[in-house]
Design a protein around this ligand. Structure first.
Ligand SMILES: Cc1cc2nc3c(=O)[nH]c(=O)nc-3n(C[C@H](O)[C@H](O)[C@H](O)COP(=O)(O)OP(=O)(O)OC[C@H]3O[C@@H](n4cnc5c(N)ncnc54)[C@H](O)[C@@H]3O)c2cc1C
Length: 375
């Protein structure tokens, strides 16, 4: 049994803390915020995330019972610059849940599993100053995006719309729009997040990558306004909005090349390890999964040094291929003709449209899509 500190109680930290406590380790979970707390997010809990949550004993039934606000999702819409609008229905359900409720669900699981919790801010240089380095056998860094390498930025707004103004499909549909007005790799989203009551709550936002963003003489708020003006669906939806919360901005730490996720006895997971999807900004699935695999790395190791090597190994074997494939697709999309080719292929061939939509929705891993193109 080891003494383990998990710093950061987001999806990654709560998952690691849960799995480690269940394996019999003495786990202290630390976060700078007390619960419940908000996190700026699209609130999309993909099918892959739902599967990862089941490993923590959280099932859709628990979501429906415990979260005060949620929306079951079984339609995935992919739009490209108003030129293609493809909606796929999936047999498995995803969810959208405001992070205020979602994070609380995971936190309760970690505490039930036997972790102790401290509200404490731990900055990078504090490991030694606060005595954590000596007091614990292993430290898991799950402090999110600021502990990783920030390479994207996003903005989120909540809109309220009357139920009668939305179609039944829109109530269960997660929409992603790759619009050229947001830059070659930017995207917008429209997700219903609370469909139990009337009015319906929608999460609307955009994400852009810093390398493209910095070249443009604009800011994220301006890009958000542009998305709403230029995107047909968003523009029409805005006319039905009865009230809205001011938008909030937050950075992302998406995949990067040559990623090292372990450093001595400090093992990074979730956004702190840049595990977010480099095309859609979806990060919850990998955050929750990384909590599971880091616990495995510790459980299979006889010393903290071995845990460091094993976590790097598990990262490379479980996450790297798909993140790299995402990076490769992102690089290809820099050529503007790729967007037109994508639109043309999706219009010509419904199977391509289906596969692209499934990949973006996280139902099929990117590396499998790329591999299938070789044949
Ligand atoms: C606008 C936006 C939209 C997004 N939309 C989606 C989406 O729809 N679906 C999806 O899957 N992903 C989405 N993501 C990505 C997703 O939010 C992250 O990938 C996910 O939250 C990562 O989980 P995490 O546990 O690694 O980090 P976080 O959720 O950020 O948790 C980190 C925790 O560490 C704590 N902490 C931070 N610093 C310290 C410190 N110094 N000391 C102590 N504690 C600290 C924080 O309080 C927090 O609780 C979005 C991101 C953004 C910005």
């Amino acid at each position: 049994m080891s003494k383990i500190a998990v710093v950061g109680a987001g999806p990654a930290g709560c998952s690691a803390a849960y799995h480690l406590a269940r394996s019999g380790h003495e786990v202290t979970l630390l976060d700078k915020h007390a619960f419940p707390k908000d996190k700026v997010c699209g609130d999309g809990i993909s099918i892959e995330s739902i599967q990862a949550l089941s490993m923590m004993g959280i099932y859709p039934h628990d979501i429906r019972k415990s979260a005060s606000e949620y929306a079951p999702i079984d339609h995935f819409f992919l739009g490209v610059s108003n030129q293609i609008a493809h909606s796929e229905t999936t047999k498995l359900q995803a969810y959208c849940i405001p992070r205020f409720f979602f994070d609380q669900l995971l936190f309760a699981k970690a505490i039930d599993a036997g972790c102790s919790f401290l509200t404490q801010t731990v900055n990078k240089n504090d490991w030694h100053r606060q005595g954590l380095y000596d007091a614990f056998d292993t430290i898991i860094d799950a402090r999110g995006v600021y502990a990783g390498e920030v390479n994207a930025i996003a903005i989120r707004a909540y809109w309220l719309v009357k139920r009668q103004d939305l179609s039944p499909t829109a109530l269960a549909e997660a929409q992603i729009h790759f619009d050229r007005s947001l830059g070659v790799n930017g995207y917008g989203w429209i997700f219903p997040v609370s469909t139990q009551d009337d009015p319906i709550k929608l999460n609307v936002g955009v994400g852009v990558w810093l390398d493209e963003y910095q070249k443009r003489k604009t800011n994220i708020i301006q890009l958000f306004k542009q998305f709403i003006q230029n995107n047909e669906t968003a523009r029409q939806l805005l006319t039905k909005v009865i009230s809205q919360e001011p938008p909030k901005v937050f950075p992302l730490a998406t995949a990067k090349k040559g990623n090292k996720v372990a450093d001595g006895k400090i093992l990074r997971i979730g956004d702190a390890a840049n595990l977010t999807d480099p095309l859609t900004g979806e990060g919850i699935a990998n955050a929750v999964l990384s909590g599971f695999y880091v616990a495995q790395a510790i459980n299979m190791s006889s010393t903290p040094d071995a845990a460091t090597d094993n976590w790097q190994y598990l990262y490379e074997s479980q996450f790297e291929a798909d993140l790299r494939a995402g990076l490769r697709i992102k690089a290809l999309r820099k050529f503007s003709f790729m967007n037109y080719l994508l639109i043309w292929l999706m219009k010509q061939n419904p199977r391509v449209a289906q596969q692209v939509s499934h990949a973006v929705a996280g139902v099929v891993p990117y590396n499998e899509v790329l591999a299938s193109l070789k044949y």
